[in-house]
Design a protein around this ligand. Structure first.
Ligand code: 6PG
Length: 249
């Protein structure tokens, strides 16, 4: 790997269907490139849902389900069958209909007492999967990390002004108070863990994201602006969310 990348490649897609197709092709390419097992980190929110449906429907045969492992970048501390559960949504729309083996789905536990306890368990699981404690920049933890952009600039469950933004040692932390609805506790990977990827792909959809996206692209210090990747960093933006100067290019 070339080292933590600052540069982001920006792609504007005409609509959410085109975005889902582009995201699926990128994800599939990363799975195909993985030499052994592939590790994919999913995200919550509405942004990835068209992608999840498409993966289950059209791309199933290219997912190499026997050797692809699925993780979550963050989750709400609620039972998996709760409508707010990120892994619950990913399972319902994609992993279960596609037939991903249960042992390849690495969910953040939501039944273990506290967000901090869940974070420690997930950190241990990430370390077990990776095979060692320290992350080696030359051998990223993930092949592909999906991310979203919220209206307050948070990404994963890394909210503005939260102490978790500066975390360098822990790979996963508990978030007792969310900064934005839904106001349920969260568990989130930290920036160093999320950065350990061959590709990070942000999905930004909807006109209501245009303002916050302009602020990120202008370099304002928001959580999403701080995201980095050891490998490629791509922002895939629906035309409706793109600031005017992006349309022009
Ligand atoms: C969560 C998320 C969060 C999400 C953004 C964007 O659990 O809330 O993982 O970071 O990605 O809020 O969400 P939308 O795609 O719904 O705008």
């Amino acid at each position: 790997m070339a080292g933590i990348s600052q540069a982001r490649r920006i792609i504007v897609a005409t609509d959410v269907e085109a975005m889902a197709r582009m995201a699926a092709e990128r994800l599939i390419a990363r799975i195909a490139q993985a030499s052994g097992q592939a590790a994919i980190c999913l995200t919550g929110g509405s942004g990835p849902q068209p992608l999840y449906r498409l993966l289950a429907r059209t791309y199933r045969s290219r997912l190499r389900l026997d050797r692809t492992h699925w993780f979550m970048g963050d989750d709400r501390f609620v039972p998996t069958d709760d409508a707010l559960s990120n892994i619950g949504t990913a399972r319902r729309l994609f992993l279960d209909p596609a037939g991903a083996p249960a042992e390849n789905i690495h969910a953040i536990a939501a039944d273990c007492g506290s967000p901090d306890a869940a974070a420690r368990l997930y950190e241990a699981e990430l370390k077990r999967f990776y095979g060692r404690d320290r992350l080696d920049p030359a051998r990223p933890l993930f092949d592909f990390v999906l991310m979203g952009l919220a209206p307050d600039g948070h990404t994963a469950s890394l909210f503005p002004h939260a102490a978790a933004l500066a975390e360098r040692e822990r790979r996963v932390v508990g978030v007792d108070e969310a900064g934005l609805a839904p106001f349920v506790p969260r568990v989130t990977l930290t920036f160093p863990a999320l950065a350990s990827t061959r590709e990070m792909l942000f999905l930004v959809t909807g006109e209501e994201k245009r303002e916050i996206l302009s602020r990120v692209l202008a370099g304002e210090d928001l959580p999403a602006s701080r995201a980095r990747a050891e490998g490629e960093m791509v922002w895939l933006i629906e035309a409706a969310a793109a600031p005017a100067d992006l349309h022009a290019t």
